[in-house]
Each structure stands twice: as C-alpha cells, then as structure tokens.
Write a protein that binds this ligand. Structure first.
Ligand code: ZN
Length: 315
C-alpha cells in the first residue's frame, strides 16, 4: 500500500502553509500498518501536522462505513436517531450548532452537511427551520447505506459534490478538518460550493491549545511514553485558535463569529468511581480545572465553533 502522498514533498504546515515545521516529541508518534507517523510543530501558527501525509487509499480504508460503527458502537449506523442527543458528548459537540440553527430563518435556504455521518438531529434542526438538507460523505458504500437508511434525505459522495455545480446558502463542516492532510484544499472546494452571501460553519477540536490536560499529554509524551502509539492516524492536525484563524484567512474567508470552549472530551464524562484508575482520576481533575479556567477566560478551551463568509477581498 502506498502511504506517502505525492503532495508530501515540501511539507508545509497543514493550517498556514508555511515551511516552518519542526519534528516534535510533544505528541507521541503513531504506528499504523507498519508505518510510523510523526507530528511536526509549526513555528508560525503553533499547530501540529502529522507526516507522512495520508494517501487517498489510506483515507478510503480508514473512513469506510465500518469507521462510524467503530466510533459509535452503541448507536450504529442503522439507528434512525443517530447519536443520542441526551448524551453529554453529543451536547459538547453540537450544542453551538443547534443554537445557531435555532436562531436563523432557513426557509427556502439550502444547507450542506459536509462529513455528515448519520446525525439525525442536524437534519431535523435544518428541516424544522424550513431549510433543505443535503449530506455528503467520502466513502461511496457509506453514502449508499445512508440513502437506504434515510430515504427521505439527500446524500452525495464528496466526488459527486466536487463534480457538480451545486451551491448552498449554508455549509457545515463539523469535526472534519482535523482528519485531513490538506484542509486548505477542502476549504477551497467548499468555497466553490458556497453562495456569494453564504455562511460556512466549521467546528472541531483545538488539540494544541494551551491547557492543563494538553500539558499533561505533552509531559507524558516527552518523559514517559517515547514509543509510537499503535493507533490509526485519525487526527492528522492538531489546532490552536491561531492556526484556525490562519487557515480561514488563507482560504479567503472572513471571520464573523468565533466561540472557544472547553468540553469533557476525551473523557465521556467526569466520574470518580472505584472503577476509574489513578491516571484517569488525575486527568479528570485537570479537566475540572480546565473547565473552570475556560469559564473565566473566553479564549481558553479545547474546541472551536466558527462562522465565516467569503472574503470581500482577494477574490
Ligand atoms: Zn502553521
């Protein structure tokens, strides 16, 4: 299998496109299919990029329909409700989007959910507001299954979207950019499919932000666990607020609204029962401090929700 993409020759930062990357041990290397992946830290935007960049073949393999079932074994892909909206991690992930959608009039407007998965709550929030929903996913077999499970909804593959001249009033790109080796390219594609006065909504983790939990990950990687972690390279870029801002600006979008916040992730919930081991308890304690700091400091947090529009300049 070919792992190294042709586009991995100059190794610019995934977020800001500068050649100011240095290999770092602040995050553990990953090992997958006998290939070792190393994080590089950008001296300009301070984000992390993982190399070698993923090939299309590996991306196809990692994000087949099995991926969602592995990630959400309880809910599965065939569950009509998708994820459980009462679940704390669901609220952590989608509360800002659902609030945003409840505040706008979508009557007669088109909404593209890029990297949609099977989240019924977004479809319902859009259609309840009078909007027209379209979901897009990378894997063709996944799109087929989504069409079969939800016959009332419209789904396309990313390839079908790219080849089409469809345009949308709103595009939601939720928790996608951190999986992509070339997120700026994807934002350029989305720009092509966004109407002139349309809004692009992006959300995702800030895994390189300054926080106590991230400091503990860094110290563990530097001093305790030097060996590669056997795990698929799902998150290939780790962002800070600054890296997201630079990525947005390079992709010729203007920021309209940005919210930074701290969520419980990577823990599903904070629980100090007898089943939680000492390391987990220490991590959860740091998480509680991080949440308290995020409550006081508006720029502190491990997630972002941003609304951008096409820049009036640089067209
Ligand atoms: Zn950078």
């Amino acid at each position: 299998m070919e792992f190294i993409s042709e586009e991995n020759k100059q190794e610019p930062c995934f977020f800001c496109n500068t050649n100011t990357l240095i290999p770092t041990r602040r995050r553990r290397k990953l090992s997958f299919h006998d290939c070792t992946f190393t994080f590089f830290r950008c001296l300009s935007c301070k984000g992390y990029s993982l190399f070698p960049a993923l090939s299309d073949e590996l991306i196809q393999e990692m994000y087949s329909s099995n991926y969602l079932e592995n990630m959400y074994p309880k809910e599965g892909l065939d569950n009509k409700r998708g994820l459980d909206s009462k679940n704390e991690s669901f609220n952590d992930q989608y509360a800002h989007l659902l609030q945003f959608l409840s505040d706008i009039n979508l009557r007669g407007k088109t909404f593209l959910d890029f990297g949609s998965g099977a989240i019924s709550e977004i479809y319902e929030a859009v259609t309840n507001q009078g909007g027209s929903y379209t979901g897009v996913e990378y894997d063709a077999s996944l799109v087929l299954r989504l069409k079969g499970n939800f016959p009332n909804r419209t789904y396309y593959t990313v390839n079908e979207l790219v080849k089409s001249d469809m345009t949308f009033d709103f595009i939601f790109c939720g928790d996608v950019a951190e999986h992509l080796s070339f997120p700026i390219k994807t934002l350029n594609v989305l720009r092509e499919h966004l109407r002139a006065d349309g809004k692009l909504i992006i959300q995702g983790p800030l895994e390189a932000s300054s926080s106590l939990c991230h400091l503990s990950v860094e110290l563990k990687s530097l001093f305790l666990k030097a060996s590669p972690y056997e795990f698929p390279p799902y998150h290939v870029s780790l962002a800070k607020k600054e890296s997201i801002r630079q990525m947005i600006s390079i992709s010729k979008f203007s920021e309209e609204y940005l919210k930074i916040y701290e969520v419980t992730w990577p823990f599903r919930s904070i629980s100090f029962s007898i089943k939680t081991n000492l390391m987990q308890k220490m991590g959860m304690l740091l998480k509680l401090f991080d949440k308290a700091l995020a409550f006081i400091l508006p720029s502190y947090g491990n997630r972002f929700f941003i609304v951008v529009s096409k820049s009036k300049f640089n067209n």
